[in-house]
Design a binder for this molecule. Structure first.
Ligand SMILES: Cc1ncc(C[n+]2csc(CCOP(=O)(O)OP(=O)(O)O)c2C)c(N)n1
Ligand SMILES: [Mg+2]
Length: 556
């Protein structure tokens, strides 16, 4: 086998079951070797789409995402998706050909590109170390949650690497993860200190982030013990679905009641959650009297965005169990009455009545051939089956799906917004859909993001995904329109585009929605056979900017 084949076979043997990419001469052999090793290849139409699909696939499946691209422009095209994955801590391996000869048209400094977007550059230097390097790249991605660029120099790829890993290869063991031990870093006696704070707390709130998506049970157990309310960051939306004390998302998308309860917390515990500007509304959700505690696997993530009184390093379920153990040693019954914390029957009633955004009264502004995006999204929430997986693009519109579409659990919402790039939403929905084929994929896009990422519409059709693509069309880069109200806006507004016809041209079903009755077309599609995707071209009202975006702009 040549080096490229050995690398592909080794990754397949490590368990890579899906690889996304755009194939050129520099990644042809490695991609086919992955397929020969049993992986599925998903051809994207643009490398940014491929990288984003792999990112979303990794987020939802819990596996390492793998992308395969051509040298030079294949990699530069992938960069936005790679940046998103890198800053969001997605385990990802990008396999890229590499033209090391400076006279080649394709030559660029690929290491510098990777480093610039926060990815880890690696290189297969020779035949002898090819398998070991492939394993190291995979291990770095999976164990350290990094995005890795594995460069495959063209002059090394073709070298003879012997018989390869074989069909039942014995691969070097992956290095042990250096985590999982509870370190009490600040101050000493962390679990006891947190237990003590929670016992005294009258209004504790837990906010769970991406690093706590595997910890629902342990966090609920501890929250029950201390009477805490539960919330998540946007990327963990759905984690506590069904819990009567769940406030849903903390931050810009929080309902008024949730925001008030979070701000009034006396102790706010962030579990695997960075407490960034989105999650805290630029700090506005941290009340003046709130003590903040942060628990994270990475010490370096603690106190980056917020001043904290206590930081603990450890795996979230393990820390939660340790704190619960302090409060109620194994097997013993609580000798004191369990603190009620925030939980009163009256508050339970209020949360049940007011937690959801759809319970907040508003004036429906639909009319003149345009539908109010709130009315649209509430109607879609009623129509779409509960078993759904929602992906959103970036823009003024994005709060509507985030706030009004309910999701079944933490795997029901895929939010690739760490880099806040417009145009990744459709590819996100594709990657998520492939990871959860049992769920109805819903892509929520603005008209700007839809047209930027439209290359992947053919991919949705080709893969036969039964996806609902909702385009919130305001014929503008609405985020900019509302940000710069009062300025000349012809640089950010557009004439109407017939997105329904464009979608039909790609092989989708499509409905144009300008009033609620038009949604009958969605109901009809849902009845089946759902043999092609449905694009819902929603002509939305556009008089106001969304207030969550105003929050976001404060950081610009
Ligand atoms: C790749 C990229 N280009 C530009 C921007 C700046 N930007 C942020 S939101 C936005 C408008 C998006 O328009 P659309 O998808 O129609 O959503 P809307 O804001 O209209 O709801 C732009 C251009 C960005 N965040 N990312
Ligand atoms: Mg728009």
């Amino acid at each position: 086998m040549i080096v490229a084949e050995v690398v592909g076979r080794a990754l397949a043997a490590l368990g890579v079951d899906t690889v996304f990419g755009v194939v050129g001469s520099g990644n042809f052999r490695v991609t086919n070797a992955l397929v020969d090793g049993g992986a599925r290849f998903v051809a994207a139409r643009h490398e940014a789409g491929a990288a984003t699909m792999a990112d979303a696939y990794a987020r939802v499946s819990g596996k390492v995402g793998v992308v395969s691209v051509h040298q030079g422009p294949g990699l530069t095209n992938a960069l936005t998706g790679l940046a998103e994955a890198a800053r969001s801590g997605t385990p990802l391996v990008v396999l890229a050909g590499e033209a090391t000869d400076p006279r080649s048209n394709f030559h660029i400094d690929q290491d510098a590109l990777a480093t610039a977007v926060g990815a880890v550059p690696m290189r297969v230097d020779d035949a002898g170390s090819a398998i070991e390097t492939a394993v190291r790249a995979y291990a770095t991605a999976s164990r350290e949650r990094r995005a890795v660029l594995l460069n495959l120099p063209l002059d090394v790829q073709g070298a003879d690497a012997g018989p390869g890993p074989g069909t039942a290869p014995v691969l070097p063991a992956l290095p042990e993860r250096k985590t999982g031990t509870l370190a009490r870093v600040w101050p000493d006696g962390g679990a006891e200190a947190l237990a003590w704070m929670l016992t005294r707390s009258e209004r504790p709130v837990f906010v769970a982030g991406r690093g706590a998506r595997h910890a629902r049970h342990r966090l609920e157990e501890l929250a029950d013990l201390v009477g805490a309310l539960l919330a998540t960051s946007a990327v963990a939306k759905g984690l506590f679905r069904g819990n009567p004390w769940d406030l849903d998302v903390s931050g810009g998308f929080a309902s008024p009641l949730a925001a008030r309860l979070i701000r009034d917390a006396d102790v706010l515990v962030a579990w695997g959650c960075s407490l960034n500007a989105w999650t805290t509304r630029h700090g506005a959700l941290i009340g003046p009297g709130t003590e903040v505690v942060q628990i994270d696997l990475d010490e370096e993530s603690i106190a980056v965005h917020q001043r904290v009184s206590l930081g603990l390093v450890g795996d979230i379920p393990e820390v939660a169990a340790a704190v619960a153990g302090v409060l109620r040693p194994e097997g013993s019954r609580p000798s004191n009455p369990v603190p009620r914390g925030y939980r009163t029957p009256a508050l339970a009633d209020r949360i049940a009545a007011e937690r959801a955004w759809r319970s907040v009264p508003y004036e429906d502004e639909s009319g003149d051939g345009r539908i109010d995006p709130r009315t649209l999204t509430i109607a879609l929430d009623d129509l779409l089956p509960d078993e759904r997986i929602v992906a959103t693009d970036s823009g003024n519109f994005m709060g509507f799906p985030a706030m009004f579409l309910d999701v079944p659990d933490e795997n029901g919402f895929c939010f690739t917004q760490g880099f806040q790039a417009v145009g990744l939403g459709l590819a996100t929905a594709i990657g998520a859909a492939l990871a959860r084929p049992d769920r109805l994929p819903v892509a929520a896009l603005g008209d700007g993001g839809a047209l930027m990422g439209i290359a992947e519409l053919e991919t949705v059709v080709r893969l036969g995904l039964p996806m609902v693509i909702v385009v919130y069309d305001d014929e503008a880069y609405g985020a900019e329109v509302h940000h710069f109200a009062g300025h000349r806006l012809d640089t950010v507004t557009f004439p109407p585009a017939d997105l329904a016809s464009i979608a039909r041209g790609h092989g989708c079903a499509a409905v144009t929605v300008s009033a609620v009755p038009d949604l009958d077309g969605v109901a009809a599609w849902l009845k089946g056979p759902r043999d092609r995707p449905l694009l819902v071209h929603a002509k939305i009202t556009r008089e106001h900017g969304s207030w969550w975006l105003e929050e976001a702009f404060r950081g610009h």
